[in-house]
Design a protein around this ligand. Structure first.
Ligand SMILES: C[S@@+](CC[C@H](N)C(=O)[O-])C[C@H]1O[C@@H](n2cnc3c(N)ncnc32)[C@H](O)[C@@H]1O
Length: 208
């Protein structure tokens, strides 16, 4: 992490806001802004958050679902324990084909919302990073098809590039409505976008 990057971060509006409001990452505002616009996380929901470290989305989702809801985070890196009793975490890999059954086992039922902010380690070679990112997004989508209830919602991060159109087309087959969203908290220079699938159609061939 370079000195300039650290200095830039200190001046960043959402970094300071996250510190002031007790969020572990400025990324929390990306989820809050998406939900502010589309209102897809509701009190009482069961939410899975893939690629959840250090935990900003977990905290934001935990506040949105409230006491009657439940949030489960999954990341290859551990997340330091959070105080909220409606948030759980497991170390896991989105690419692991046994992850959907572990998630269903944890909730004992299908879930309302699947989130994925998973990102690969950035190599700096744009084509490589784009392809790795789409691989994670595809894996999150496959998992969502296995664990979402009918009518459920999926929000997935992608890095925009030649492979995103095909991914969007696949999402359109599985969800009633697909929206593309760039939160204000997402840096303008970043190619990151979020695809939001609303109204999961449910495909019995995808059940685990
Ligand atoms: C941008 S960070 C997520 C930030 C998080 N949404 C927050 O609000 O704090 C991306 C995360 O994706 C995770 N990740 C990358 N590859 C993964 C994989 N194959 N399975 C699970 N998590 C992965 C990384 O470890 C990293 O913690």
């Amino acid at each position: 992490m370079g000195r300039n990057w650290k200095q830039e971060r200190k001046r960043d509006f959402y970094y300071k806001k996250a510190k002031a409001e007790g969020y572990r990452s400025r990324a929390a505002y990306k989820l809050l802004q998406a939900n502010g616009k589309y209102r897809f996380i509701k009190p009482g929901d069961r939410v899975v958050d893939l690629g959840s470290a250090p935990g900003g989305w977990l905290q934001a989702a935990g506040r949105l679902v409230g006491d009657k809801g439940e949030v489960l985070g999954v990341d290859v890196k551990p997340v330091a324990p959070l105080k909220a009793t409606n948030i759980r975490f497991m170390v896991g890999d989105v690419l692991d084909p046994s992850l959907p059954s572990k998630i269903l086992e944890a909730f004992k039922t299908k879930v309302d919302v699947v989130l994925s902010d998973a990102s690969p380690n950035i190599s700096g070679v744009w084509e490589v990073d784009h392809a790795r990112q789409i691989e994670l997004a595809q894996a999150a989508f496959t998992l969502a098809k296995a664990v979402l209830r009918k009518g459920g919602v999926c929000m997935v991060k992608v890095f925009e590039g030649p492979l995103t159109k095909e991914f969007q087309r696949e999402l359109k087959q599985a969800f009633e409505v697909v929206r593309v969203f760039k939160p204000q908290a997402s840096r303008a220079r970043s190619s990151e976008l979020y695809f939001l699938g609303l109204g999961f159609r449910e495909d019995s061939s995808q059940q685990v």
